[in-house]
Ligand binder design. Structure first.
Ligand SMILES: NC(=O)c1ccc[n+]([C@@H]2O[C@H](COP(=O)([O-])OP(=O)(O)OC[C@H]3O[C@@H](n4cnc5c(N)ncnc54)[C@H](OP(=O)(O)O)[C@@H]3O)[C@@H](O)[C@H]2O)c1
Length: 313
């Protein structure tokens, strides 16, 4: 059902604590701004302190009086995630909203996180998995249940979980690895919803995607060394996003809807309503068959628990 939903329709979030990963720019910043403008206390997180400071300064201009802080959190590092979660648990007894937004796209060459995971799989999926597992007690301490919003992508539609080469050691292709990581994000959101129902946790797991939004994600690695085919794919993506994409503020609406709207359903997936879900108003997004496959979900869950040393079941 298409809704002409805007941030003004979101409920007041006064007294609620929200955390957004990768909030120093793009969709993460816009989501943090939306939450702050509705009165939430927002923790913007990121891996670059200078960008964090700049984002806070910008937020104060965009939403004067906003209650916001910046904290270092590198979601590609299990150590950073554990340290961050431990510190947060010492400061608050509940977390109302967690938005797993931080992500990287199309790393030109196969790169690894410091834990030895392929960069996109580690940053876009294993990191959010571990963070959610570590913050679950705080989210479940919210009387009406905390919300976990996972940012997936249209790329999930053509993604495949390659279980016998999850870390792309045998064969690496930048956008293939991205598609896998984003399908894994959608599976994370849907399986977390099922685990939540099974265990009776007070938790709400919802997924969202922004369609095509004009952010730094496509342009940030444009000038890095890469093969002709990858470079053409990236240039094509940049132009497609420029010509047919929407603003970051619009792209963030499905994410903000998932984070705040009372009508957002547990286990729901929201995106833009226009052709191909590339732009438009907030609506229910299409869930590909691979994301609904329980065998894939259970297997991925076990792998993620083993690799991250955290438990979400
Ligand atoms: N833009 C789109 O059209 C689109 C479409 C589908 C899905 N998405 C998804 O939307 C999310 C946000 O992307 P965006 O378009 O807003 O891109 P963006 O402008 O590049 O922003 C990404 C954010 O994530 C942060 N980040 C990257 N790696 C990180 C790490 N290891 N730890 C902490 N923060 C990290 C970045 O920080 P730095 O500046 O320090 O790198 C930045 O703040 C991603 O999950 C992406 O897959 C975007």
């Amino acid at each position: 059902m298409t809704r002409h939903w805007t941030i003004r329709q979101a409920p007041r979030m006064d007294g609620r604590l929200a955390l957004v990963t990768g909030a120093t720019g793009g969709l993460g910043y816009q989501t943090a701004l939306g939450l702050a403008s509705r009165g939430a206390r927002v923790i913007l997180t990121g891996r670059n302190p200078d960008k964090g400071l700049a984002a806070l300064t910008r937020l104060q201009l965009d939403a004067p009086g906003a209650d916001a802080t910046f904290r270092l959190l590198d979601v590609s590092s299990l150590e950073s995630i554990a340290t961050f979660a431990h510190a947060l648990a010492g400061e608050t007894d509940r977390l109302d909203v967690l938005v797993n937004n931080a992500g990287v796209m199309g790393t030109p060459h196969r790169m690894e996180t410091r834990d030895g995971f392929e960069m996109q799989f580690g940053t876009n999926f294993l990191g959010p998995f571990a963070l959610t597992a570590r913050l679950r007690p705080l989210l479940c301490a919210v009387p009406h249940g905390g919300r976990v919003v996972t940012v997936a992508s249209l790329a999930a539609l053509t993604g495949q979980i390659v279980f016998d080469d999850l870390q792309a050691r045998r064969r690496y292709a930048p956008f293939r690895a991205y598609r896998q990581s984003k399908l894994a994000d959608l599976i994370l959101a849907l399986e977390l919803d099922r685990q939540t129902r099974t265990h009776g946790w007070p938790l709400h797991s919802i997924a969202a995607h922004p369609g095509w939004a004009r952010t730094d994600i496509a342009t940030s690695r444009l000038n890095t060394e890469q093969g002709l085919q990858e470079r053409l794919t990236r240039i094509g993506a940049v132009w497609a996003f420029r010509l047919m994409g929407q603003s970051a503020a619009h792209g963030a609406l499905p994410i903000e809807f998932a984070a705040m709207a009372p009508e957002a359903r547990d286990g729901g997936y929201y995106g833009p309503s226009g052709q191909g879900e590339r732009r438009g108003h907030v609506t229910d997004a299409f869930v590909p068959a691979a994301a609904r496959d329980l065998t894939i979900a259970r297997r991925l869950w076990q792998v993620a628990e083993r690799l991250t040393g955290t438990s979400l079941s």
